[in-house]
Design a protein around this ligand. Structure first.
Ligand code: FES
Length: 147
């Protein structure tokens, strides 16, 4: 039921780990299953994602999609990374079973949360990027205040 690519990225996930003093870190949780994903981005001064690492405390599909998502954003500009949607990640993995589609959302959300963190730190606006809803670092009160 899983494609060969999903199995490959699950068994040999790329870019697992952490980046110290990362340019941006995003942590998101999946409300459906409680799984958690964290993405670290190292972004150069000219906005290129030089390195990316992830940690996923979640199911196999979440691990595979994190792995593929990190491969897709590596070396890209911040704007290009915005194009890495969960659909793009799933296509790159040759699909996921329908019940596992929600797992792929974590990767997109974690990348967006890490980009948001980067933008906040740099004081810049990334076009099309919205404040992450499920960043578990965010307190509820804070979310209310900012809207
Ligand atoms: Fe939780 Fe897949 S079941 S992310």
């Amino acid at each position: 039921m899983y494609s060969e690519k999903v199995m490959d990225h699950f068994e040999h996930p790329r870019n697992v780990g952490e980046i110290e003093n990362a340019s941006g870190v995003g942590t998101v949780g999946n409300a459906k299953c409680g799984d958690i994903m964290r993405i670290f981005l190292d972004i150069s001064d000219d906005g290129i994602i030089r390195d990316v690492k992830f940690k996923t405390f979640g199911c196999g599909a979440a691990v595979a999609t994190s792995s593929m998502a990190t491969e897709l954003v590596k070396g890209k500009t911040v704007q290009e990374a915005m194009q890495v949607t969960n659909r793009a990640v799933m296509e790159a993995l040759d699909g996921l079973p329908p019940v596992k589609v929600h797992c792929s959302l974590l990767a997109e959300e974690a990348i967006h949360a890490a980009l948001w963190d980067y933008a906040q730190k740099k004081g810049i606006v990334i076009e099309g990027l919205e404040k992450p809803k499920s960043d578990i670092h965010e307190g509820e009160e804070q979310e209310e205040e900012e809207y």
